[in-house]
Each structure stands twice: as C-alpha cells, then as structure tokens.
Design a protein around this ligand. Structure first.
Ligand SMILES: [Zn+2]
Length: 274
C-alpha cells in the first residue's frame, strides 16, 4: 500500500514536470516509512551503541540512519555494490556520533566511497584505510577496516567513528547552514586539553591515546571519538575533564548509556597506529 502511494505521488510530480519535487516527495515518503528490516538487523547485530538504546531512542536512531542513507550517494570501488548491511553500518557510525545533535547530518559530505580493503591514494602516494575529502565532499572507507572497528567494540580503535569524526569536525566549520553546532566555550576547553595531551603523547609519556593521536588536532579529535565510544570508562578515569568536554560537544553521555563498567572491560590502552 505504502509503495503504491510513493509511486502515485512521484508519478504526480513527474506529471507536473518537476523532478526536484518528485525527488522531494520520494524522500519524504521513504523517510516516513519504517526502516527496512535488512538495515535494522545489521544495526541490532553489530552496533553496540544502538543495542543499548531504549526503544524510543532506537526508533530515532533508525530514522537518522534512514535519512543518512537517503541523502548520501554510496559508491562501490573495486566491489560490485554497496550492500544494505554496509550502508546501515556506515550510516550508524555517523548517527552514533551525531545522535545528540539532531540537526547534524554531515550535510557537506554527499558521497561515501567504499573500497574492499586498503586503497592507494594518488594524492599522497600512500595506502589508506579511510579518509575524508572536503573538496570532493567524500568520505572514503575500507570495508575490511570498517568491519574490524565494529567487530571489536571495546579496543578503542574504530575506523568508521574515526572518519566520521573528521567529517564532523569539518562540518562544524563549513558554512552551509549546518555549521557552528559545537559550543565554542566547550570547543576551546577541548582544544586546551588536546594540546596538553598531544604534548604528553609526543614526549613519549604513557597515555591512553595511541601515538597517532599526537599527529595534529584533527587526528587527536578523531581518536578522542574512538575512545569516547569504545572505552568511555577508561577515558573518564584517565582524564575526566576531557571526557566531559567531549560529552558536552556531542550532547550525549556514553557512560550514562553504557552503565557502570564491568571490570572485564577495563583493558589496557590500545597501542598501534590507525
Ligand atoms: Zn585520521
């Protein structure tokens, strides 16, 4: 019945010879329909953040996932197609990060490129697992690395969250009507704490952050987000002020969502580059 309604409305708009109106109606009706089961099953199976949400918040999460999927172009690279499961999981990384920022959709980035594994970048002549390119309005991920991030949800390494964090930080400064969503005072606090922690990392002192976080403020921000969602209790114990600025920037509190940490999850800080 719903499909018939969609076809009818789109047909009507086409009759009026206005493809933009047709597309607008198509998206609005699609958004109104419940999330396809294939997408929801992927979220329920693999996204630990989604799994812990109360039912009403799950519905809001699903709506944001659907909105993301409808508004981004998913482009397969060296793979036949981007499956529903892939789309659901990639969207879920963005939605998890922006869940407390209801109006933020990473608007600037309209393309998601998916490679099967690490890919060679002709720009800087290196192999990459992911990148964000504001000029091309693209977010690029290696599916292998992306899956590893969600398969080990508590090791503090998550490529999907890392790349979406880069996109989020850029989105905050790209003037497109979806910018300046970070509270400026909180952002300044974060920046000060980031500088202190990066200096520590670069002096080779013990830190919960892997050394890659010391490269620059953008990488530090991206690694912050990986820890904020994958090792929130350890991050809080390590640097409470930093945890709180991240929580205030994102308008959400992972510890409150996840509940008290079982001792088993208090693993040593992850090492290595990402
Ligand atoms: Zn990065």
């Amino acid at each position: 019945m719903a499909q018939v309604l969609v076809v009818f409305l789109v047909f009507l708009a086409l009759m009026l010879k206005n493809p933009q109106v047709a597309m607008g109606i198509y998206r609005a009706v699609r958004l109104w329909l419940p999330l396809d089961d294939a997408y929801r099953q992927a979220l329920a199976r693999y996204n630990t953040f989604y799994q812990r949400l109360p039912p009403a918040s799950k519905k809001r999460f699903e709506r944001k996932v659907k909105e993301f999927i409808l508004h981004k172009k998913f482009i397969p690279r060296k793979i036949p197609r981007v499956t529903k499961e892939m789309k659901a999981m990639i969207a879920s990384a963005a939605v998890q990060l922006t869940f407390g920022l209801p109006d933020v959709t990473l608007l600037h980035f309209d393309k998601i490129l998916v490679y099967p594994d690490s890919y060679y970048s002709v720009i800087n002549k290196q192999y990459h697992k992911g990148e964000v390119n504001p000029r091309l309005k693209a977010i690029v991920v290696s599916w292998k690395a992306f899956v590893e991030g969600f398969a080990r949800p508590h090791d503090g390494i998550n490529l999907g969250l890392h790349e979406m964090a880069h996109a989020l930080k850029l989105e905050n400064i790209i003037r497109n009507g979806e910018h300046h969503f970070f509270n400026l005072d909180e952002y300044k606090k974060w920046l000060q704490l980031a500088k202190e922690e990066m200096a520590k990392i670069n002096r080779g002192e013990a830190s919960i952050f892997r050394s890659y976080a010391g490269v620059d403020e953008d990488e530090f921000f991206a690694v912050c987000m990986e820890l904020y969602f994958e090792q929130p209790h350890q991050l809080y114990d390590y640097n409470e002020a930093l945890y709180k600025t991240l929580s205030n920037l994102l308008h959400q509190d992972t510890i409150r969502l996840f509940g008290p940490a079982p001792q088993a999850t208090r693993t040593p800080p992850a090492a290595g580059q990402g």
